[in-house]
Design a protein around this ligand. Structure first.
Ligand SMILES: [Zn+2]
Length: 314
Protein backbone atom coordinates (compact mmCIF):
# COMPACT_ATOMS: atom_id res chain seq x y z
CA UNK A 1 0.00 0.00 0.00
CA UNK A 2 2.78 2.33 0.98
CA UNK A 3 4.48 1.50 -2.27
CA UNK A 4 1.32 2.21 -4.16
CA UNK A 5 0.93 5.58 -2.48
CA UNK A 6 4.56 6.39 -3.22
CA UNK A 7 4.14 5.36 -6.83
CA UNK A 8 0.98 7.36 -7.30
CA UNK A 9 2.50 10.43 -5.67
CA UNK A 10 5.49 10.04 -7.99
CA UNK A 11 3.14 9.84 -10.92
CA UNK A 12 1.25 12.90 -9.71
CA UNK A 13 4.54 14.76 -9.28
CA UNK A 14 5.64 13.76 -12.72
CA UNK A 15 2.31 14.78 -14.19
CA UNK A 16 2.30 18.07 -12.31
CA UNK A 17 5.75 19.07 -13.46
CA UNK A 18 4.97 18.26 -17.12
CA UNK A 19 1.68 20.14 -16.84
CA UNK A 20 3.52 23.04 -15.23
CA UNK A 21 6.09 23.08 -17.99
CA UNK A 22 3.34 23.22 -20.59
CA UNK A 23 1.73 26.10 -18.65
CA UNK A 24 5.07 27.93 -18.53
CA UNK A 25 5.52 27.56 -22.30
CA UNK A 26 2.04 28.96 -22.72
CA UNK A 27 2.86 31.91 -20.44
CA UNK A 28 5.94 32.76 -22.53
CA UNK A 29 4.06 32.64 -25.84
CA UNK A 30 1.04 34.57 -24.52
CA UNK A 31 3.32 37.27 -23.12
CA UNK A 32 5.48 37.67 -26.22
CA UNK A 33 2.63 37.42 -28.73
CA UNK A 34 0.15 39.62 -26.87
CA UNK A 35 -1.31 42.58 -28.78
CA UNK A 36 0.50 44.81 -26.28
CA UNK A 37 3.78 43.67 -27.86
CA UNK A 38 2.62 45.01 -31.23
CA UNK A 39 4.36 42.28 -33.22
CA UNK A 40 7.88 42.90 -31.82
CA UNK A 41 9.11 44.90 -34.78
CA UNK A 42 12.83 45.72 -34.82
CA UNK A 43 13.57 49.07 -33.16
CA UNK A 44 10.17 49.31 -31.44
CA UNK A 45 9.80 49.87 -27.74
CA UNK A 46 7.79 46.66 -27.59
CA UNK A 47 10.64 44.48 -28.94
CA UNK A 48 12.80 46.03 -26.21
CA UNK A 49 10.20 44.83 -23.71
CA UNK A 50 10.52 41.35 -25.18
CA UNK A 51 14.31 41.55 -24.81
CA UNK A 52 13.89 42.59 -21.18
CA UNK A 53 11.60 39.63 -20.54
CA UNK A 54 14.20 37.21 -21.93
CA UNK A 55 16.99 38.91 -19.98
CA UNK A 56 14.97 38.66 -16.78
CA UNK A 57 14.65 34.90 -17.25
CA UNK A 58 18.32 34.39 -18.18
CA UNK A 59 19.23 36.20 -14.96
CA UNK A 60 16.74 34.20 -12.92
CA UNK A 61 18.25 30.94 -14.25
CA UNK A 62 21.71 32.14 -13.22
CA UNK A 63 23.13 32.31 -16.75
CA UNK A 64 26.24 34.45 -17.02
CA UNK A 65 25.95 37.53 -19.22
CA UNK A 66 27.81 36.82 -22.46
CA UNK A 67 26.88 39.72 -24.69
CA UNK A 68 29.04 42.83 -25.02
CA UNK A 69 27.07 45.00 -22.60
CA UNK A 70 25.91 42.51 -19.99
CA UNK A 71 23.53 40.10 -21.70
CA UNK A 72 23.15 42.47 -24.64
CA UNK A 73 24.95 42.60 -27.95
CA UNK A 74 23.83 45.73 -29.83
CA UNK A 75 23.87 46.21 -33.59
CA UNK A 76 22.21 48.35 -36.22
CA UNK A 77 19.56 46.96 -38.52
CA UNK A 78 18.53 48.49 -41.78
CA UNK A 79 14.78 48.34 -42.25
CA UNK A 80 14.10 48.31 -45.96
CA UNK A 81 10.80 49.82 -46.88
CA UNK A 82 8.91 49.69 -50.08
CA UNK A 83 6.95 52.90 -49.75
CA UNK A 84 9.06 55.20 -47.56
CA UNK A 85 12.83 55.50 -47.20
CA UNK A 86 14.98 52.84 -45.53
CA UNK A 87 15.74 53.53 -41.91
CA UNK A 88 18.32 52.36 -39.41
CA UNK A 89 17.04 50.92 -36.16
CA UNK A 90 18.85 49.70 -33.10
CA UNK A 91 18.60 45.98 -32.45
CA UNK A 92 20.14 43.51 -30.06
CA UNK A 93 20.87 39.89 -29.33
CA UNK A 94 20.37 38.64 -25.76
CA UNK A 95 23.09 36.18 -24.79
CA UNK A 96 23.47 34.03 -21.65
CA UNK A 97 26.11 31.45 -20.82
CA UNK A 98 25.98 28.29 -18.73
CA UNK A 99 29.59 27.68 -17.75
CA UNK A 100 30.21 23.98 -17.06
CA UNK A 101 33.96 24.47 -17.16
CA UNK A 102 34.10 22.54 -20.44
CA UNK A 103 36.24 23.16 -23.48
CA UNK A 104 33.39 23.20 -25.97
CA UNK A 105 29.99 24.86 -26.06
CA UNK A 106 26.57 24.00 -27.49
CA UNK A 107 24.77 27.05 -28.89
CA UNK A 108 20.97 27.15 -28.60
CA UNK A 109 19.15 29.93 -30.42
CA UNK A 110 15.78 31.39 -31.40
CA UNK A 111 14.87 34.79 -32.82
CA UNK A 112 12.54 36.98 -30.74
CA UNK A 113 11.69 39.74 -33.23
CA UNK A 114 8.76 39.63 -35.63
CA UNK A 115 7.39 41.94 -38.30
CA UNK A 116 5.58 44.47 -36.11
CA UNK A 117 2.55 45.89 -37.84
CA UNK A 118 3.53 44.50 -41.20
CA UNK A 119 5.53 47.57 -42.23
CA UNK A 120 8.89 45.82 -41.97
CA UNK A 121 9.94 42.36 -43.05
CA UNK A 122 7.41 40.61 -45.21
CA UNK A 123 3.71 40.47 -44.47
CA UNK A 124 1.96 37.99 -46.68
CA UNK A 125 -1.28 39.87 -46.56
CA UNK A 126 -1.44 43.16 -48.47
CA UNK A 127 -4.54 44.28 -46.53
CA UNK A 128 -2.78 43.93 -43.19
CA UNK A 129 -0.43 46.92 -43.43
CA UNK A 130 -0.65 48.63 -40.02
CA UNK A 131 -2.25 45.62 -38.32
CA UNK A 132 -0.43 43.90 -35.45
CA UNK A 133 1.28 40.66 -36.48
CA UNK A 134 1.56 38.76 -33.19
CA UNK A 135 4.02 36.12 -34.33
CA UNK A 136 3.01 33.47 -31.80
CA UNK A 137 4.40 30.57 -33.81
CA UNK A 138 6.97 32.85 -35.49
CA UNK A 139 8.75 32.94 -33.17
CA UNK A 140 7.38 33.25 -29.64
CA UNK A 141 7.22 29.43 -29.78
CA UNK A 142 10.98 29.17 -30.40
CA UNK A 143 11.76 31.64 -27.61
CA UNK A 144 9.59 29.58 -25.25
CA UNK A 145 11.73 26.58 -26.26
CA UNK A 146 14.92 28.57 -25.68
CA UNK A 147 13.80 29.64 -22.19
CA UNK A 148 12.67 26.12 -21.28
CA UNK A 149 16.02 24.58 -22.35
CA UNK A 150 17.85 27.30 -20.41
CA UNK A 151 15.71 26.55 -17.36
CA UNK A 152 16.25 22.80 -17.70
CA UNK A 153 20.02 22.83 -18.11
CA UNK A 154 20.56 25.35 -15.30
CA UNK A 155 18.26 23.57 -12.84
CA UNK A 156 18.95 19.86 -13.46
CA UNK A 157 21.76 19.69 -10.87
CA UNK A 158 24.11 18.10 -13.36
CA UNK A 159 27.31 19.40 -14.81
CA UNK A 160 27.23 18.49 -18.47
CA UNK A 161 30.51 17.92 -20.37
CA UNK A 162 29.70 20.98 -22.51
CA UNK A 163 28.90 24.62 -21.81
CA UNK A 164 25.74 26.16 -23.22
CA UNK A 165 25.32 29.52 -24.90
CA UNK A 166 21.70 30.64 -25.18
CA UNK A 167 21.04 33.37 -27.76
CA UNK A 168 17.80 35.20 -28.47
CA UNK A 169 18.47 36.80 -31.87
CA UNK A 170 17.19 40.21 -32.93
CA UNK A 171 16.24 41.30 -36.45
CA UNK A 172 15.92 37.83 -37.97
CA UNK A 173 12.96 38.92 -40.04
CA UNK A 174 15.08 41.61 -41.71
CA UNK A 175 17.52 39.02 -43.07
CA UNK A 176 19.06 36.99 -40.21
CA UNK A 177 20.79 40.20 -39.04
CA UNK A 178 21.26 39.20 -35.38
CA UNK A 179 22.87 35.84 -36.11
CA UNK A 180 25.02 37.33 -38.89
CA UNK A 181 26.21 39.96 -36.44
CA UNK A 182 26.94 37.35 -33.79
CA UNK A 183 29.10 35.13 -36.00
CA UNK A 184 30.99 38.21 -37.21
CA UNK A 185 31.43 39.39 -33.60
CA UNK A 186 31.29 36.19 -31.53
CA UNK A 187 31.54 36.39 -27.75
CA UNK A 188 33.02 32.86 -27.57
CA UNK A 189 35.47 31.36 -30.12
CA UNK A 190 33.43 29.91 -33.00
CA UNK A 191 35.93 27.03 -33.24
CA UNK A 192 34.80 25.84 -29.78
CA UNK A 193 31.14 25.37 -30.78
CA UNK A 194 30.05 21.72 -30.64
CA UNK A 195 26.93 22.39 -32.72
CA UNK A 196 24.20 25.01 -32.99
CA UNK A 197 20.52 24.19 -32.41
CA UNK A 198 17.99 26.68 -33.77
CA UNK A 199 14.24 26.86 -33.14
CA UNK A 200 12.07 28.92 -35.44
CA UNK A 201 8.33 28.15 -35.58
CA UNK A 202 7.88 25.02 -33.46
CA UNK A 203 4.32 25.66 -32.34
CA UNK A 204 2.20 24.11 -35.08
CA UNK A 205 3.07 20.43 -35.19
CA UNK A 206 1.30 18.39 -37.82
CA UNK A 207 1.31 15.04 -36.02
CA UNK A 208 1.15 13.01 -39.20
CA UNK A 209 4.04 14.80 -40.86
CA UNK A 210 6.15 15.38 -37.75
CA UNK A 211 8.61 18.15 -36.88
CA UNK A 212 11.33 18.71 -39.44
CA UNK A 213 14.91 18.65 -38.27
CA UNK A 214 17.00 20.35 -40.91
CA UNK A 215 20.80 20.21 -40.96
CA UNK A 216 21.10 16.46 -40.37
CA UNK A 217 23.81 16.28 -43.05
CA UNK A 218 26.02 18.97 -41.51
CA UNK A 219 27.85 16.43 -39.33
CA UNK A 220 28.33 12.67 -39.78
CA UNK A 221 27.77 12.39 -36.02
CA UNK A 222 24.10 13.30 -36.35
CA UNK A 223 23.37 9.87 -37.82
CA UNK A 224 24.30 7.88 -34.67
CA UNK A 225 22.81 10.64 -32.48
CA UNK A 226 19.40 10.25 -34.16
CA UNK A 227 19.62 6.46 -34.54
CA UNK A 228 19.81 6.14 -30.76
CA UNK A 229 16.50 7.89 -30.25
CA UNK A 230 13.60 5.65 -29.27
CA UNK A 231 11.00 6.99 -31.68
CA UNK A 232 8.11 5.48 -29.70
CA UNK A 233 8.95 7.89 -26.84
CA UNK A 234 8.89 11.09 -28.84
CA UNK A 235 6.94 13.31 -31.20
CA UNK A 236 7.29 12.27 -34.80
CA UNK A 237 10.17 13.86 -36.69
CA UNK A 238 11.90 13.67 -40.04
CA UNK A 239 15.32 14.90 -41.04
CA UNK A 240 16.46 17.22 -43.82
CA UNK A 241 20.05 17.07 -45.05
CA UNK A 242 20.77 20.74 -45.85
CA UNK A 243 22.53 23.18 -43.53
CA UNK A 244 21.11 26.22 -45.28
CA UNK A 245 17.52 27.32 -44.76
CA UNK A 246 15.64 30.52 -44.00
CA UNK A 247 16.61 31.00 -40.37
CA UNK A 248 19.52 31.80 -38.05
CA UNK A 249 21.26 28.40 -38.19
CA UNK A 250 22.38 29.38 -41.72
CA UNK A 251 24.75 32.02 -40.28
CA UNK A 252 26.51 29.31 -38.23
CA UNK A 253 26.52 26.77 -41.04
CA UNK A 254 28.35 29.27 -43.26
CA UNK A 255 31.07 29.35 -40.58
CA UNK A 256 31.51 25.54 -40.82
CA UNK A 257 29.61 24.73 -37.65
CA UNK A 258 27.24 21.72 -37.54
CA UNK A 259 23.64 22.92 -37.18
CA UNK A 260 20.15 21.62 -36.49
CA UNK A 261 17.00 23.57 -37.24
CA UNK A 262 13.71 22.50 -35.64
CA UNK A 263 10.63 23.72 -37.51
CA UNK A 264 7.01 22.61 -37.66
CA UNK A 265 6.45 24.08 -41.11
CA UNK A 266 4.50 26.80 -42.89
CA UNK A 267 0.75 27.37 -42.45
CA UNK A 268 -1.97 29.73 -43.57
CA UNK A 269 -1.29 32.19 -40.72
CA UNK A 270 2.43 32.50 -41.55
CA UNK A 271 3.44 36.21 -41.54
CA UNK A 272 -0.19 37.22 -41.16
CA UNK A 273 -1.94 39.03 -38.30
CA UNK A 274 -3.64 35.72 -37.41
CA UNK A 275 -0.49 33.97 -36.12
CA UNK A 276 -1.98 33.97 -32.60
CA UNK A 277 -1.17 32.20 -29.29
CA UNK A 278 -4.45 30.24 -29.18
CA UNK A 279 -3.39 28.38 -32.34
CA UNK A 280 -0.16 27.02 -30.85
CA UNK A 281 -0.14 23.36 -29.78
CA UNK A 282 1.60 23.57 -26.41
CA UNK A 283 1.67 19.82 -25.67
CA UNK A 284 3.51 19.20 -28.92
CA UNK A 285 5.79 22.17 -28.30
CA UNK A 286 6.78 20.49 -25.05
CA UNK A 287 7.29 17.22 -26.94
CA UNK A 288 9.64 18.89 -29.43
CA UNK A 289 11.70 20.30 -26.55
CA UNK A 290 11.95 16.79 -25.04
CA UNK A 291 13.23 15.50 -28.39
CA UNK A 292 15.80 18.31 -28.50
CA UNK A 293 16.99 17.41 -25.00
CA UNK A 294 17.62 13.83 -26.09
CA UNK A 295 19.53 14.98 -29.18
CA UNK A 296 21.67 17.23 -26.98
CA UNK A 297 22.32 14.44 -24.43
CA UNK A 298 23.22 11.98 -27.21
CA UNK A 299 25.73 14.48 -28.61
CA UNK A 300 27.77 14.33 -25.39
CA UNK A 301 29.38 11.02 -26.44
CA UNK A 302 31.29 12.83 -29.20
CA UNK A 303 33.99 15.14 -27.81
CA UNK A 304 34.13 16.84 -31.22
CA UNK A 305 31.62 16.79 -34.07
CA UNK A 306 32.94 16.98 -37.61
CA UNK A 307 31.47 19.60 -39.92
CA UNK A 308 30.21 18.51 -43.32
CA UNK A 309 29.39 20.88 -46.16
CA UNK A 310 25.95 20.07 -47.59
CA UNK A 311 25.93 22.56 -50.48
CA UNK A 312 25.27 20.97 -53.85
CA UNK A 313 28.50 20.61 -55.84
CA UNK A 314 28.98 23.08 -58.62
ZN1 LIG B 1 10.87 33.17 -37.88
Amino acid sequence: MKKLILLSSLLINCFTSTAQEVETLKDHVYFLADDAMKGRGTGSKEVKKAAKYIKKHFKMFGLLPKGERGYEQDFEAIVRKVIVKDSIRSAKNIIGFLDNDAERTIVIGAHYDHIGEGKQGSSRDSTSYGVIHNGADDNASGVAGLLELARYFTQNNEEEPFNFLFIAFGAEELGLLGSKYFVANPTIPLSNIHFMLNMDMIGRLNKERGVSVIGYGTSPEFEPIFNQIDKSQHVKFYTGYEGRGGSDQTSFYIKDIPVLFFHTGGHEDYHKPTDDPNKVDYESLKGIIELEKEVILNSFQFPVMQFRNTDPEE
